[in-house]
Design a protein around this ligand. Structure first.
Ligand code: G
Ligand code: G
Ligand code: MN
Length: 409
């Protein structure tokens, strides 16, 4: 759709702000704008007109009906267009409103801290997608235990690998194994559609064993090719409730001819941890055998300080929700730094997940973080694609000067 055709509704109680936004949008080529200085009238107009705007620019802080109420009404009437939140309040208020709007399943294109600038407006409006595009995005089917059992038995699970690189040198240090299901009818199926089923149906042990065996075989191939990579595998808490798990991992690793210190086990608490003694037993023994233990998604509800207190982790992975955009968000920045500090004092290596763009990368390079993982470096990919990725990455380091700009880098 052309800029001129996009229907934009602006809602702000300050006449000056309405004028400013109208002018900036006009300069960007938008022609179909309607302004309102209060929520009641704007919503009445939506009812009356029967045709919805494509995008709503919404001021959070208004007398009378405030932006949070407007968000609720929009959600109730099933508004399917885009939403941009505008506020003079601090970033925390904007962040909280954004979260709320997303909880209401509204399509939030972004937030603007007043005063708006043409560049930010343009960038956020560019994110607009037609409603149909969103709905077609990803069908979220959950699979049943029986078909998953078949998938495991018939070897339909394939490992994808996402590179981790050193923040300081860009050097390729390792990979995280992320399982996919090559489904005979449905194509490539992602783990959020079957891991939980595996955990609830007692299939997770078999699944982890397959993923780990495949990853170890791959690790051996890399080792034989002279590539010194650490290979990480995600381990479910349910795996750790089985006292035999440590011995199984040791046996598989030995059979593959891989050294334990190049195997990383990433642990998240996906469900409530009932039997701490069993988990501690298994993890402590694995650590004694020199496997590397990593606490995954650190800082989210699933990975907590209590785990750090109890379990001898070698590595801490800062969750992507704290990394991406931390360079421009004070709260994320504070949480990120806090996690880094904590890891430093506990002598753990830190991996930052969710490094998505150049700004994130620059931010990471200025921190003391050890390893970087994220779409900016590479998406998860089949093993066969990694060497081409690596060549391209070395080239990008040069071309985009990815190691420049930081003292000592
Ligand atoms: O890329 P991605 O969609 O792969 O992964 C989604 C989630 O699935 C992540 O939280 C990841 O930790 C989890 N996951 C991916 N592979 C495995 C696996 O082999 N075992 C377990 N338990 N979780 C996995
Ligand atoms: O195991 P864990 O929960 O950390 O799984 C990593 C998940 O994060 C996988 O689903 C992987 O595909 C995804 N991921 C990896 N890099 C990025 C990134 O830069 N941004 C986002 N949003 N997700 C990422
Ligand atoms: Mn992980």
């Amino acid at each position: 759709m052309h800029n001129a055709e996009l229907k934009i509704l602006i809602l702000d109680d300050e006449p000056f702000m309405l004028k400013l936004l109208e002018r900036q949008l006009g300069n960007l080529g938008y022609r179909q704008m309607r302004s309102f200085d209060n929520g009641v009238e704007a919503l009445a107009e939506l009812e009356a007109e029967g045709s919805e705007p494509d995008v709503i620019l919404l001021d959070i802080n208004m007398p009378g009906m405030d932006g949070v109420e407007v968000v609720r009404h929009l959600s109730e009437r099933g508004y399917a267009g885009g939403l941009i939140l505008v506020s003079g309040e601090d970033d925390r208020m904007l962040g909280a409103s954004e979260k709320l709007a997303r909880e209401h399943r509204l399509k939030v294109q972004g937030t603007i801290h007043k005063p708006p600038t043409p560049a930010i407006l343009a960038a956020l409006l560019d994110r607009w997608l037609p409603p149909a595009g969103i709905q077609a995005a990803r069908v979220h089917k959950q699979y049943d235990a029986e078909s998953l059992r078949t998938a495991i038995e018939q070897n339909q699970l394939v490992n994808y690998y996402q590179p981790k690189v050193a923040a300081a040198s860009g050097e390729w240090i390792g990979v995280e194994t992320l399982v996919r299901w090559q489904h005979p009818q449905d194509g490539l199926v992602f783990p959020d559609q079957f891991i939980q089923v595996a955990e609830e149906s007692g299939l997770i042990g078999a699944l982890t064993e397959r993923v780990l065996s495949n990853a170890l075989a791959q690790a051996r191939l890399w080792q034989d090719a002279g590539l010194n990579l650490r290979v990480a595998v995600n381990v479910s808490m349910d795996d750790l409730l089985d006292l035999r798990f440590a011995d199984q991992v040791v046996a598989l690793t030995q059979a593959a001819g891989v050294l334990p210190h190049s195997v990383v086990l990433e642990v998240t608490e996906s469900r409530l941890m009932h039997k701490l003694s069993t988990v501690l037993d298994v993890l402590t023994r694995l650590r004694l055998k020199r496997f590397r233990l990593s606490i995954d998604d650190f800082g989210t509800g699933n990975s907590s300080l209590a785990q750090l207190r109890d379990i001898p982790f070698d590595e801490l992975k800062i969750d992507q929700s704290f990394t991406h955009n931390a360079w421009q968000n004070q709260r994320l920045h504070a949480i990120f730094d806090g996690s880094l500090n904590l890891a430093g004092q506990l002598d753990m290596e830190v991996v930052a997940e969710g490094v998505e763009d150049h700004e994130d990368w620059r931010f990471l390079r200025q921190s003391t973080c050890d390893l970087v993982q994220g779409y900016f470096v590479a998406r998860p990919m089949p093993a066969a694609a990694l060497s081409a990725w690596h060549a391209g990455w070395l080239q990008r380091i040069d071309d985009e000067q990815l190691l420049g700009g930081v003292a000592g880098g």
